[in-house]
Design a protein around this ligand. Structure first.
Ligand code: HGY
Ligand code: MN
Ligand code: MN
Length: 408
């Protein structure tokens, strides 16, 4: 079996960890920030040293390409280089660097591929600086327009996405956007960002798709009154009612399916003053599962909530949702076969997190490869995958790529 170079893979992770490094570990490398531009400059230096041609599109997505032996569309591998605030050294960047390590292996070992190969970097996947997440793949896939995104102002600041993009010097040609004529398959290696592979002592996640989800806001409206003078039995306390609803939802949703996940992660309480009984609480409910029937049952539970709880009026709004995305069967087989042939344990699994690959899958055959995350942690400075694990993922990518090259 072909393999990549373990030390070289690790060196890449360590070098890119410097861009946006925080004291004590981890990084803050927000999209198009100075550290993100340093990472892009390093990427440029490396791909050009390998003899690859670097192009960018009109959203600053990067495409580094090495020719194949035939006139065929390109096979693309990649992910993102931006991070959340106080993020880790693997989310996103791992997929770019695994792609780069595979390209380096192909080029230096003169592995003859029929198709050109491209290592890709998506601009602003996280949405941590400019909302929404997966902004650029969303533009390429026409979920929203480039024009509408240019005016998005950074969270907590004044710079727009358009200004940051222009200042980056990476605005290229719209014709360079990922498309289904110049490209024929997409691989996105990524850290799992959850505990399953580690718990089950598996080397590789063969990612069959991205789970569908719904996101609701649930609102309780009561009466604000004086915290000292209102006897308990007179109160219409929206926070008390919300607490009951949240716990009831845990009971009911928890009984639907053991793979269902649901989260209340955001809450607004008004007036949010310690001397006042709250009259208004709004909380989020995010719920995800691969089976649309299960998601339907979640929605039924929400719709069956009582209209009044402890004297407070209950209402709900659907915020947004998405259907489960299925990745390409052939590419799944190539990834799974590559893992087996390399002697790595693997299982098919769904991603609970969103990724650019989910949009790309509407355009091209796409697949993701997961490697384990230590303690299942991600979006934190302690995010970690070992040099062995990052290397395994790159080896699987290399062999799956070779298989795709033969058959596509
Ligand atoms: O969800 C994630 O963290 C990933 O970057 N899409
Ligand atoms: Mn990511
Ligand atoms: Mn992320």
């Amino acid at each position: 079996m072909l393999t990549t170079d373990k030390n070289r893979m690790d060196e890449k992770i360590k070098t890119f960890s410097k861009f946006g490094a925080l004291e004590g570990g981890g990084i803050t490398r927000l999209s198009l920030s100075e550290p993100a531009l340093q990472a892009r400059a390093e990427f440029k230096k490396r791909v050009e040293a390998l003899g690859m041609t670097l192009e960018s599109d009109d959203i600053g997505n990067l495409y580094a390409t090495y020719p194949g032996t035939e006139d065929l569309p390109r096979i693309v591998m990649g992910s993102h280089m931006d991070s959340v605030r106080s993020g880790g050294n693997y989310d996103g960047i791992y997929g770019v660097l695994a792609g780069l390590e595979v390209a380096e292996t192909v080029i230096k070992e003169d592995i003859k591929l029929r198709h050109p190969i491209t290592v890709m970097v998506w601009t602003n996947e996280e949405g941590a600086r400019f909302e929404p997440a997966m902004m650029s793949s969303g533009i390429v896939m026409k979920k929203w327009t480039r024009e509408s995104m240019l005016s998005v102002v950074e969270t907590g600041g004044t710079v727009t996405f358009g200004e940051a993009l222009e200042a980056s010097g990476w605005v290229g040609d719209e014709a360079n956007r990922l498309n289904d004529k110049d490209y024929c398959a997409y691989f996105e290696p990524h850290i799992e960002q959850g505990p399953v592979l580690e718990e089950e002592k598996l080397d590789i996640g063969v990612v069959a798709g991205v789970v569908g989800m719904v996101n609701y806001d649930i609102i309780l409206e009561g009466v604000s009154s004086h915290a000292g003078t209102t006897p308990q039995h007179y109160r219409k306390d929206a926070l008390r009612a919300a607490s009951k609803v949240i716990l009831d939802l845990w009971e009911k949703l928890g009984a639907i399916d053991k793979e269902l996940v649901f989260t209340t992660g955001e809450i607004t309480c008004k007036p949010n003053i310690h001397t006042v009984v709250p009259n208004y609480v709004k909380f989020s409910l995010d719920s995800r599962h691969k089976d649309p029937e299960v998601i339907k049952r979640v929605v039924e539970v929400i719709k069956a909530l009582p209209s009044e709880v402890y004297g407070c009026k209950l209402s709900y709004e659907e915020h947004w949702g998405r259907n489960t995305i299925e990745f390409d069967d052939r590419l799944l087989d190539y990834v799974e076969n590559a893992a087996n042939a390399l002697g790595y344990s693997s299982k098919r699994m769904y991603s609970g997190a969103g990724h650019d690959a989910q949009y790309v899958s509407e355009l091209l055959p796409a697949v993701m490869i997961f490697i384990p995350s230590k303690n299942g942690l991600s979006h934190t400075v302690v995010e970690y995958s070992s040099p062995e694990e990052t290397w395994h993922g790159a080896n699987v990518l290399l062999n799956a790529l070779v298989e795709a090259d033969k058959n596509f």
